[in-house]
Design a protein around this ligand. Structure first.
Ligand SMILES: [Zn+2]
Length: 139
């Protein structure tokens, strides 16, 4: 699989290498995460990969009790909810990801604005093996 194309697939290929990569528009400097082949701001098509430092803050979250299949396979669900959040990276873009190191059964204890850092979580085996993007408290 090629990582030269600015697609979600390339993004996940980079995740397997524990790299968080966005695309930077060469016309208007806008940074996109996940990467985009076409800039939504200026419709420019010249992109360049840019690696994120992986630090950010939690700007929103929700606790998930009705899990999608992949998360059920990872052991989550009604009796074991997980936290999904929006993280705004230091570089500017926001991205949704699983939030680790917090208690999803106590959402009142999860602080908006808390500092988080990227975590690369391996899930599945064999052909199903993949790396998912997560963040955990930096504290
Ligand atoms: Zn642009």
């Amino acid at each position: 699989m090629s990582k030269t194309e600015f697609t979600g697939e390339s993004f996940y290929e980079f995740l397997k290498e524990c790299r968080l990569m966005g695309s930077r528009c060469q016309s208007c400097e806008a940074l996109h995460l996940p990467p985009r082949a076409l800039c939504p701001s200026c419709h420019g098509q010249e992109m360049k990969w840019e690696e994120m430092g992986g630090k950010g803050k939690l700007v929103a979250f929700t606790t998930v009790h009705i899990a999608p299949t992949a998360m059920i396979q990872a052991g989550y669900g009604r009796d074991n909810p997980y936290c999904c959040g929006i993280v705004q990276l230091e570089e500017g873009p926001s991205i949704s990801a699983q939030i680790l190191g917090v208690d999803p059964t106590k959402p009142q204890d999860i602080a908006i604005g808390m500092e988080v850092q990227v975590a690369f979580v391996k899930r599945g085996t064999g052909e199903d093996e993949g790396t998912i993007l997560a963040f955990e408290g930096a504290g």
